[in-house]
Design a protein. Structure first.
Length: 411
């Protein structure tokens, strides 16, 4: 007897107690980390800016002090610049006023030079600060990217993926641990669902198969009364409808998930196989099946993709005109996508009824309720299979009656 696999271990719980009034305040939260990060960056930038301004000021004052705008020549004052005009001879008061004006002008020039250099320094520091802040923000938010990538992988039905985030016990780690715990529950739920589908498939098919066998045996008896034969045919038709319903429900449950194992499948071949299966029914109803099918290879499950084509062509044949009806099935590749189009003649379908056709057990008006035309799951299964392959199916009313079904799948 095979050993029962051990249940998956739950992710580690946060090491802090939310009921503790002191511990959450000391917890290394994202808010505290961002506060320390940007506060420290602002402090460092301020220190650098003050240091640069101090150096520029010292340099400007040093140049101003070393280069006077005048010089004394044999007891006389001689200007050394064009903007410093000093009297060659004059009273002491006049000379002092002229010297003060020159020094004031030289200070203005030093301040202008300091302002210009400070602006360049501020521009350089701003570029460095933005680059450093961008890098730090990416480092802080990198766990969110890891969570997002894991969520995308899980969206492809890879429920075995886990984030398993390491690092400080902050909000991001708490989010990752909660997400891992949710994935554990989802994986157990999907595993239970698959097990239920497998068991239900066996339990539901067996009694229906037994009923069909018993009815066929009784109907094969030539001595059976006419009333019993008529009742047997009715019960056999009801049993066949129940088998179709069970198969449709099980297929719908299986196709709701993404396809994990994919193989190259040619839509043209799939459509041709579906047409071959329905060729006899189409001839009996006087419906012509036509159309050109070019090669369009996609990655997916061939059985499920064949079910899409079979359901669409089957609906197109059954819900057609009583006479001179036709069904056109084409496949091609457009804009990097494989396209399957099934068009047919038939009764006029209002545009507001299109969405209802894809709902399980929903039919259009009274002409779609007959038991000989299915159980109302064909289009629901087709849409579910298309979504499982990353594609979509669109229905449009055809001018003059009938529908145009367009299935697009990624290549």
């Amino acid at each position: 007897m095979a050993a029962t696999p051990a249940p998956p271990q739950a992710p580690p719980k946060p090491t802090w107690d939310p009921r503790d009034p002191v511990r959450p305040l000391l917890r290394p939260t994202i808010r505290i980390r961002l506060t320390l990060l940007y506060g420290g960056m602002f402090l460092i930038a301020g220190i650098l800016l003050l240091s640069i301004i101090y150096l520029f000021t010292a340099q400007a004052l040093g140049e101003s002090a070393s280069e006077l705008p005048f010089k004394v020549v044999e007891g006389k004052v001689q200007p050394t610049t064009s903007w410093c005009q000093l009297p060659v001879q004059g009273t002491g008061e006049q000379l002092n006023d002229a010297v003060s004006a020159c020094l004031q002008h030289q200070g203005d020039l030093a301040l202008d030079d300091l302002l210009r250099r400070s602006l360049f320094a501020l521009l350089g520091l701003s570029i460095i600060a933005f680059a450093f802040g961008y890098a730090m923000a990416g480092r802080v938010l990198s766990p969110l990217g890891r969570i997002t990538r894991t969520a995308r992988q899980v969206a492809g039905s890879d429920l075995a993926r886990r984030i398993e985030l390491d690092g400080p016990d902050d909000e991001l780690k708490e989010l990752a641990d909660t997400f891992d715990e949710m994935l554990d529950r989802l994986e157990r739920a999907f595993t239970a669902q698959q097990r239920f589908v497998a068991n239900a498939s066996h339990e539901l098919r067996t009694p229906l198969a037994i009923n069909r066998t018993l009815l066929e045996v009784h109907l094969s008896d030539p001595g059976a009364p006419v009333e019993l034969q008529q009742l047997g045919k009715t019960l056999l038709a009801t049993n066949e409808r129940s088998e179709q319903l069970v198969e449709g429900l099980l297929l719908l449950a299986r196709s709701d998930n993404q396809i994990v194992e994919r193989k190259p499948v040619d839509l043209a071949e799939v459509a041709s196989q579906a047409i071959d299966q329905l060729h006899g029914e189409a001839e009996a109803k006087g419906v012509e099946i036509r159309g050109e099918r070019a090669s369009a290879v996609v990655q997916g499950n061939g059985v499920l993709l064949e079910r899409i084509a079979l359901n669409l062509v089957q609906n197109a044949v059954r819900y057609n005109l009583p006479e001179d009806g036709w069904v056109e099935v084409t496949t091609e590749t457009q804009h990097g996508q494989a396209v399957l189009v099934v068009s047919n003649t038939g009764p006029v379908v209002p545009a507001y009824e299109i969405d209802n056709l894809f709902e399980p057990f929903r039919r259009l008006r009274q002409e779609r309720t007959g038991s000989d035309k299915g159980v109302g799951l064909g289009l629901s299964i087709a849409r579910s299979v298309a979504r499982a392959h990353g594609g979509r199916i669109i229905a449009e009313p055809r001018e003059g009656g009938g529908l145009v079904m367009r299935v697009t799948l990624p290549i």
